[in-house]
Design a protein around this ligand. Structure first.
Ligand code: NAD
Length: 272
């Protein structure tokens, strides 16, 4: 049997929106590499508890706990970080991942749907990154545990660069995330904080079910993917573990696209 990696042993991670899809896969992957994990959720506590128990029960993994928090609410985010530090002692890795879509043609988009997407996808990531940096600075370096003061890994999207008709709120939130992530890097890299993003392409999760749950929809989707398969959450989990580990120590202020080539303009394969 292959020996498991333990690149994150002794470290603690918070993964937001970890009761489904990409967040769940990242939480499990970080746990398998030895990290303690906070499985953040908004609803369905039983699902989050089950994921946390699965990580804890695996002898090869770190310990996991589930914490409820709406990432768009400042007081709830602060409370989640406080509970994490009380339970695990500190925090080393923050993965602001929670996100949602409220799609509409722009001329029909309600202000509340614009605001909700920005509140969760952008402000929620700011609130989590801010609490993480506060804890990294308070605690200081942990020699022998990690070469960095702390790691932040934002879940962005290919729509941080690909415009998306009918989803202007979502694309704007992910576009904003680029400048948030890069500004955090510029500001805190001197203190040895690493801040990067993962930009997934089409990954098979509940958020985009309509795009993959019929053979016709999947065939249409595959036209946008040079690699000709939809991604799975584990594709993102393994990238997140690498970004959290010392193997990527010199990677900072970067977006890693995990998209099967979606950002390589597949429409130009036979045209233009
Ligand atoms: P998902 O719907 O399975 O996961 C999103 C999670 O965020 C859910 O668990 C949901 O409960 C949680 N959430 C929503 N609002 C929240 C709030 N206010 N507070 C806390 N949690 C909240 O979808 P996913 O595909 O796993 O999405 C995860 C991230 O990946 C999102 O940021 C999404 O934009 C991004 N993404 C997904 C894809 C894809 O193809 N699936 C592609 C690019 C980017």
């Amino acid at each position: 049997m292959q020996k498991p990696n333990k690149r994150l042993a002794g470290q603690t991670a918070i993964v937001t929106g970890a009761s489904s899809g990409i967040g769940e896969a990242i939480a499990i992957a970080l746990g398998r590499d030895g990290a303690n994990v906070v499985v953040n959720y908004l609803s369905h506590p039983e699902v989050a508890e089950e994921i946390a128990q699965k990580i804890t029960a695996d002898d090869l993994c770190g310990e996991a706990i589930a914490i409820k928090c709406d990432v768009s609410k400042e007081d709830q985010v602060a409370a989640m970080f406080k509970q994490t530090v009380n339970h695990f002692g500190t925090l080393d890795i923050c993965v602001p991942n929670a996100g949602l879509q409220k799609d509409a043609a722009l001329h029909e988009m309600k202000l509340e749907d614009w605001q909700l997407v920005l509140d969760v996808n952008l402000t929620g990531q700011f609130l989590c990154a801010r609490e993480a940096i506060r804890e990294f600075l308070r605690r200081g370096m942990r020699p022998g545990v990690s070469k960095s003061l702390g790691k932040i890994i934002h879940t962005s999207s290919v729509h941080q660069i690909i415009p998306w008709a009918g989803h202007a709120n979502y694309a704007a939130s992910k576009g904003g995330l680029v400048m948030l992530m890069e500004s955090i890097c510029q500001e805190y890299a001197p203190q040895k904080v690493r801040c990067n993003s993962i930009a997934p392409g089409a990954i098979k999760t509940p958020i985009n079910k309509a795009a993959w749950d019929t053979p016709e929809a999947l065939a249409e989707l595959n036209k946008l993917i040079p690699y000709k398969r939809i991604g799975v959450p584990e594709d993102i989990g393994s990238a997140a573990v690498w970004l959290a580990s010392d193997e990527s120590e010199y990677v900072n202020g970067t977006t890693i696209f995990v998209d099967g080539g979606m950002t390589c303009y597949p429409g130009f394969t036979t045209n233009g």
